[in-house]
Design a protein around this ligand. Structure first.
Ligand code: PMP
Length: 447
C-alpha cells in the first residue's frame, strides 16, 4: 500500500517531498477518538480528521443511521425532486441556526458552501436594484476554500499567490491577530481595547467601500486555517453593525467553527449575530460523508423568485447536493449533540484543555497559545522576546507533528502553528495525553 500510495496518489496540500521522505501512515480503522493504521498502531485523532468527526469514529448511532438509510436509498437528485432526509435536515438546521435563516441550499464541501454564498449575494444585488454592489470585503489571514471564488476572498498568500491572475479582487480588511497585531499593539498594553485600531480600521474600509460591496465574508471568532487566530470580543458584532449601516450582506463562514467547536453550536451565537448567509460543512455530517449547506434568509430567497418578465433562477447545483445518506447521518448527529449534552461537554473540556496547555506555554519557543472552545493554536517562535519566526527551511511545525505521531497523537501544523482540534467527544484523559505528547514533541524539536 505504501508503495502504491507513493506511486499513484497526489495528497492535498502535502509537499510531495514530505510524503516520500516520511514513512506514510495508512489509516485502516477508527474507534472512538482513535485512528488505527495498517500496522495496528493507535493514534489519538487530535484534529478530528480535518475538523469533521465531531463524535469521533464508528459511533454506533451514526453507523446505524447510515445503514438504515442505505436500506432505503443511497442517492436521488434534488433537482426537481425531494428526498426525506434532505427535507428533514433542512428543517432541523433552520431550527438551530441563528435567527432569520430559513432557507437551506445544499452542496458538498466548505468551498462550495462559500462559493454559493458569494454567487447568491452577487446575483441578489444585481437583480434587486443594486448592480453597483458587485464586490466583496474579506479578511487578511482568511481561508474560505479552494475554488476560484473562495480563493479570491481568501487572505493567505500561500494559497493565493500562484493563482493571482485567475482571481477577482476583494477589498481586504486587516486581520485582528492580537499576537502579531497589524497595528503594532501588544495585547498586554492595549488591554484588548481594539476600538481605535482594528475596529476603527474596518469601519474606515466600510466607509470607503461599503457602497460597492455585495457582502462581507468572515470566519466568525476564529480564523482557523491561518493558525487559529482568535478575534477580539465584539469584533464580529461590530462587523455586523457596519454591514447594516452600509447595506452590505454578511456571509459567516462557519465551515470550521460551526457545530460546537467554539463551545456553542454556531460561533455567531456568542456575539448574538445573525448573518445573511451562513456557510456550513465539515462537522455537519460528523465526518461520515461530504455535505455542506448555505443557509439564508427569506429576504434573499424572495429576491430569486421567478417572474415572467424577469426570470431569476439561481444557476447553481451539484450532482450530489443533499445526498440522502449524508443528510441521514447529519440528522442523527444533531440528535447526539442533544443526547450527549455535547455543548456542555465541550465547555468543560475547553477548561480542562486550557489547564493542560499551561505547561506548554512555559516552553521557551512557544510564543502564543490561543484557544476558543476546543479550537487551539500553539505558535512556535525562534525567539520569544522578538517573536521572530523560525526559518521556513527548519520546518519546526512539521517536525513537531511528525514527533507527536511517535508519541501517539495525530496533529497538524499550519506553518509553525500546531493545531489541536480533537473530536468534541474527547475525554479528560485523552486531553491529558494530547497535551503531554504535543508538549514533549515541541520540547524535543525546539530544545
Ligand atoms: N472555510 C473554512 C473556514 C475552512 O476552514 C475550510 C476548510 N478548512 C473551508 C472553507 C473549505 O472547506 P472544504 O475543504 O470542505 O472545501
Amino acid at each position: 500500500l505504501r508503495e502504491q500510495d507513493k506511486r499513484h496518489l497526489w495528497h492535498p496540500f502535502t509537499q510531495q517531498a514530505d510524503w516520500v521522505q516520511t514513512d506514510p501512515l495508512v489509516i485502516e480503522r477508527g474507534e472512538g477518538n482513535w485512528l488505527i493504521d495498517t500496522d495496528g498502531n493507535r493514534y489519538l485523532d487530535g484534529v478530528s480528521s480535518l475538523w469533521t468527526n465531531v463524535h469521533g469514529h464508528r459511533r454506533p448511532e451514526l453507523d446505524a443511521a447510515l445503514t438504515e438509510q442505505l436500506g432505503k436509498i443511497a442517492h436521488s437528485t434534488l433537482l426537481g425532486l425531494g428526498s426525506v432526509p434532505s427535507i428533514e435536515l433542512a428543517a432541523r438546521l433552520t431550527d438551530i441556526a441563528p435567527q432569520g435563516l430559513t432557507r437551506v441550499f445544499y452542496s458538498d464541501s466548505g468551498s462550495t458552501a462559500v462559493e454559493i454564498a458569494l454567487k447568491l449575494a452577487f446575483q441578489f444585488c444585481l437583480q434587486n436594484g443594486a448592480p453597483e454592489r458587485s464586490k466583496f470585503a474579506s479578511m487578511h489571514n482568511a481561508y474560505h476554500g479552494d475554488t476560484i471564488g473562495s480563493v479570491s476572498v481568501g487572505g493567505m498568500d500561500l494559497f493565493h499567490a500562484t493563482y493571482r491572475a485567475m482571481l477577482f479582487d476583494s477589498v481586504k480588511v486587516e486581520s485582528p491577530y492580537c499576537y502579531r497585531c497589524p497595528f503594532g499593539q501588544e495585547p498586554t498594553q492595549c488591554d484588548h481595547q481594539c476600538d481605535k485600531q482594528c475596529f476603527g480600521h474596518v469601519a474606515d474600509v466600510m466607509e470607503r467601500h461599503g457602497h460597492e460591496l455585495a457582502a462581507f465574508v468572515i470566519e466568525p471568532l476564529v480564523q482557523g486555517a491561518a493558525g487559529q487566530i482568535t478575534h477580539p470580543h465584539g469584533y464580529l458584532r461590530h462587523v455586523r453593525e457596519l454591514c447594516d449601516r452600509h447595506g452590505v450582506l454578511l456571509i459567516a463562514d462557519e465551515v470550521a467553527v460551526g457545530f460546537g467547536k467554539t463551545g456553542t453550536m454556531f460561533a455567531c451565537e456568542q456575539e448574538e449575530v445573525s448573518p445573511d448567509l451562513l456557510c456550513l460543512a465539515k462537522g455537519i455530517s460528523a465526518g461520515y460523508l461530504p455535505l455542506a449547506a448555505t443557509l439564508t434568509t427569506e429576504r434573499l430567497y424572495e429576491g430569486f423568485l421567478g417572474r415572467h418578465e424577469d426570470f431569476r433562477t439561481f444557476f447553481h447545483g451539484h450532482t450530489f447536493t443533499g445526498n440522502p445518506l449524508a443528510c441521514a447521518v447529519a440528522i442523527r448527529s444533531l440528535d447526539l449533540f442533544a443526547s450527549d449534552c455535547l455543548l456542555e461537554h465541550v465547555r468543560d473540556i475547553a477548561t480542562h484543555l486550557a489547564d493542560g496547555l499551561k505547561p506548554l506555554a512555559a516552553l521557551p519557543h512557544v510564543g502564543d497559545i490561543r484557544q476558543r472552545g476546543i479550537m487551539t493554536g500553539i505558535e512556535l517562535v525562534a525567539d520569544r522576546s522578538t517573536k521572530a519566526a523560525y526559518d521556513v527551511a527548519e520546518r519546526a511545525g512539521h517536525r513537531v507533528c511528525m514527533l507527536a505521531r511517535e508519541h501517539g497523537v495525530i496533529v497538524r501544523n499550519l506553518g509553525d502553528v500546531i493545531v489541536l482540534m480533537p473530536p468534541l467527544s474527547v475525554t479528560h484523559e485523552e486531553i491529558g495525553l494530547l497535551c503531554t505528547a504535543v508538549g514533549k514533541a515541541i520540547a524535543e524539536v525546539t530544545g
